[in-house]
Design a protein around this ligand. Sequence first.
Ligand code: OAD
Length: 258
Amino acid sequence: MNPTIIQHAAQAIADARNVAILTGAGVSKESGVPTFRDAMEGLWAQYDPAQLATPQAFAQNPALVWQWYQWRRDRVAEAQPNPAHFALAQLQQLKPHTTLITQNVDDLHERAGSTDVIHLHGNIAANKCSRDCQGDPTPITDLPATDDDLPPPCPHCDAYARPDIVWFGEMLPPAAIQRAYDASENCDAMLVIGTSGLVTPAATLPLLATQSGATLIEVNPTASTLTAHVDYWLQAPAGEAMPILIQALQTKLGQHDA
Ligand code: OAD
């Protein structure tokens, strides 16, 4: 990685009052959690999302969809946070006005010590009623295991429980996306880590940030749809780049204090 780019990116974060971070599946790749679109090994390379991550797919074949999420839950449970997750938790400590927004549904940011994480696409560890019978989705964390492949019933009505995940075609949790818009509009620097930038509205957040005058820093070994818009591109895996960036930031913050 270009040391000059590291220094400039670290300086932009050090100088920023408000920092926003947007992460995608790439930040969890080095933890062994598959991304969606990486050729061949991405989740979508093996499955057709239209068959699995939609309300229609669940209505048509609840057992298949439920089992796929159980398999993904097992993969997340086996995974451990990687150096990128820990570096981001450290960044929140170093820069108190930092908002972490993720498209990921795993809990690796939280397990690495990050707090107040905004999950735009839900949380794979939680379930909710497939009929939304409580009005707004109430995560149903512990449900009885079922002896068949079918989802367990919602404890409040006779509908199936389903993963508390945003499926294709569904609305994002309004409070989460509003907080994400606010943080993107008001940040002075935004880090965009491990996302292809192919899914909106998440992919519009970095554009909102740069239009609001923020410095945009991308961490991704491969160019994304956002790369043309960023000020600094750290072309490396997040687990490698993030500890180096945080180290440079600490040095600069030390200089600030001196
Ligand atoms: P993608 O699979 O679309 O993109 C993963 C990105 O991570 C790619 O740009 C890779 O180059 C990059 N990447 C791979 N390894 C990396 C590493 N070690 N460090 C950093 N970056 C790495 O995943 P997302 O962009 O997160 O939404 O996908 C966005 C959304 O599409 C997901 O949240 C999901 C999916 O549909 C829903 O399910 C609603």
